[in-house]
Design a protein around this ligand. Structure first.
Ligand code: I24
Ligand code: DGL
Length: 266
């Protein structure tokens, strides 16, 4: 047993899609979350800058005595996960490897699509990970820079969203049987994406797959949180306005929670 919290990092609030899965799959685990909303989105930023910011988030989580760190952000995973994982002596999980292996398990034709932010797609990391595990796969990657802004402007169900998703995904329709949602925001567009891709296409939520791996790791190292110990409150930190963060988090997670502002060293 290990009653320390699990640390989550993200560029902002998108990582809450991973947190929601954690609360569903592993309700007894305690969470410390840091979202760098003051500097979000990471997607359009240079890799070197994202690496630097991610290290600041990691170092913050380490001061919170976490037993494990989860990169609840595809962009941060794409550019910084390997180097952070090498340097820490606690387990560090990203969302990309779980999403990649789930896609390989899901596909019947070997034609896998990946969608994500410009940085995630230009890093080519999903394709590399998939090819390393299963070289016979055919991977088609597509950057969808308009999707996260759609979610953030509350247009998830709008006709504009339908039009943008339809036009953006046109290059993949009919050409893949599995599509990886390689960005934390995309599960919110899932119904529209499914509709555009067709009912036979399997959508892979990298965040949900990552939480399955967290569960396996907790069991393997026997570091689950004891259910006998009273649950402490989850802690959420943001580099921007805590009220704005809280509004989104309470709405999304459907429960009250405490959010604190934190200043990261620049
Ligand atoms: N969804 C996201 N980011 C936002 C948003 C949103 N505003 C409305 N909705 N804003 O990401 C980002 C910038 N903010 C962040 C907080 O600090 C200030 C700056 C997706 C969220 C994934 C859980 C739409 C919205 C919402 C509640 C729940 C879900 C959702 F308001 F998509
Ligand atoms: N969290 C990011 C990701 O999953 C999306 C938002 C951003 O670009 O920062 O890629």
């Amino acid at each position: 047993m290990d009653n320390r919290p699990i640390g989550f990092l993200d560029s902002g609030v998108g990582g809450l899609t991973v947190v929601k899965e954690l609360m569903r799959q592993l309700p007894f685990e305690e969470i410390v979350y840091i979202g760098d909303s003051a500097r979000a989105p990471y997607g359009p930023r240079p890799a070197e800058q994202i690496r630097e910011y991610t290290w600041e988030l990691v170092n913050f989580l380490l001061t919170k005595n976490v037993k494990m760190i989860v990169f609840a952000c595809n962009t941060a995973t794409a550019v910084a996960w390997e180097e952070v994982k090498e340097k820490l002596d606690i387990p560090v999980l990203g969302v990309i490897l779980p999403g990649s292996s789930a896609a390989i398990k899901s596909t019947l034709t070997g034609n896998i699509g990946i969608i994500g932010t410009p940085m995630t797609i230009s890093s080519d990391i999903y394709r590399q990970k998939i090819m390393a595990l299963a070289p016979q796969m055919e991977v088609k990657s597509l950057s969808c820079p308009k999707f996260a802004p759609l979610v953030e402007s509350n247009q998830i169900n709008s006709s504009i969203a339908k039009k943008v998703v339809y036009e953006s995904l046109a290059p993949l329709v009919g050409r893949v049987d599995t599509l990886v949602l390689g960005c934390t925001h995309y599960p919110l567009l899932r119904p529209i994406i499914q509709n555009v891709m067709g009912p036979k296409v399997k959508l892979i939520d990298s965040g949900a797959e990552c939480v399955r791996d967290i569960s396996v790791l907790l069991n393997y190292f026997q570091i689950n949180r004891s259910r006998a110990v009273e649950m402490k409150e989850h802690c959420f930190y943001t580099t921007a306005n805590p009220e704005s963060f809280k509004q989104i988090a309470v709405n999304w997670l459907g429960r009250d929670l405490s959010v604190e502002h934190i200043e990261l060293s620049d």
